[in-house]
Design a protein around this ligand. Sequence first.
Ligand code: ZN
Length: 62
Amino acid sequence: MDTATVQCPYCGEPLDVFIDRSVPRQEYIEDCQVCCRPMTLVVSVDPDDDGAAYVDARSEEE
Ligand SMILES: [Zn+2]
């Protein structure tokens, strides 16, 4: 498992998230470690870019 850093869409704090590079695309909900609000994390792994992982944190609340 690798980790990546994303910014919380609510409070803006940087968070460390775990990434499983064997899954090319995954989406899951995780609570912010700082403000405890749920966010959707979208992880994409690019096999053409040496398995580089990109993480997008989206707000669950509008
Ligand atoms: Zn937060």
